[in-house]
Design a protein around this ligand. Sequence first.
Ligand code: FEO
Length: 393
Amino acid sequence: MKPLEIVHDIFDVGIQDWAVRDFHGYKTERGATYNSYLIMDEKITLIDTVKAPFAEELLQNISKVTAPENIDYIIINHVEPDHSGAMPALAKACPKAKFIITMAGKNEAVQHYGDEFAFEVVKDGASLNIGKRTLSFAAMTMLHWPDNMATYSDYDKILFSNDGFGQHYATSKRFDDEVAKDELLYEARKYFANILWPYAKLAAKALPKLGAFDIKMIAPSHGVIWRSYVAEIMDCYAKWSVGVKDGSLIVAYDSMWGGTEQMARAIARGAAHAGVTVKVYKLSETPNSTIAAEFFTASGILFGSPTLNNGMLPTMGSLLTYLKGLAPAGKKAAAFGAYGWAGGAQKDMEEVIGKCMEPLPGYTCKWKPQALEMEAAEKFGFDFANALKEENN
Ligand code: FEO
């Protein structure tokens, strides 16, 4: 059976990675895809490759449309190995192919795979005629690495956006209007939060470039293709790249003997009483990347950890390290937790909060909260929620 023809003469030859559940720390609960598109024009062109273990499957998919040796160009929009891992296999199977790449991409590719490739370096704004189609290249620097670019086909009005507009979302359906919209938009947001958030300011600069193109379809290198919700996802990116604060609050905690958990529940009640939407996550039960997806749109976060061996719990250390890397500037945050004969967790948490968020005073309790401390925890949640509301007004 031939691969899906997404529009006339463009085939979806990429891979559904149904099994993958970890993408450098991002828990991909719905799997992932590594999309690759084969354009059958006068010059046969492949856009992006796949992760190395799937190189053979990619070549099999291509072979159902044309012999790989017929390929003239391989566009490398991005060298991260989920898209470039099959380069060495393709160099062997496609002996006449030129690898179209940015200069930053070439440098990265040489370090990954050596320099035995027929590279053709393109600059931002360059174009390449392949027959009926002219492909234009737009640098998308730091979306997600220094080398990223997007490729636009004027004939089809398709933007091959690589990581941008992607989702880690394996599905047998290939288009946005064939899947549950809420699920798709959640996965697109989760992807932005976990992959592109640290570079959001650069995204805000790069995205207006796409205004030069008349885009009817966005074919990313992860997840489904946008054809019905193109304007909507572009609006989301415009919003996400300048930062979102929807007024809500995240409570992220872990507990040893239940004291910090009791505090988290009381804090959430207090915040809800102030009229703020609260989402509560226990770290031992929730991946960091799920919390990041929710925190991305929230206005604030409260971190709760008891003290273990003079410091915060390792699960909290992991979350804070992960979130610090995402550079969540502008979000209000504070810490809470129970401690025994000596504290330490509070200091650890506040140290990280102070480096990357807007700190507010925290709340601690010795051993286990009793009635008075539970009331104080509710009040702490109530006051923090009101601080978020004041910011929104
Ligand atoms: Fe999908 Fe940055 O690689």
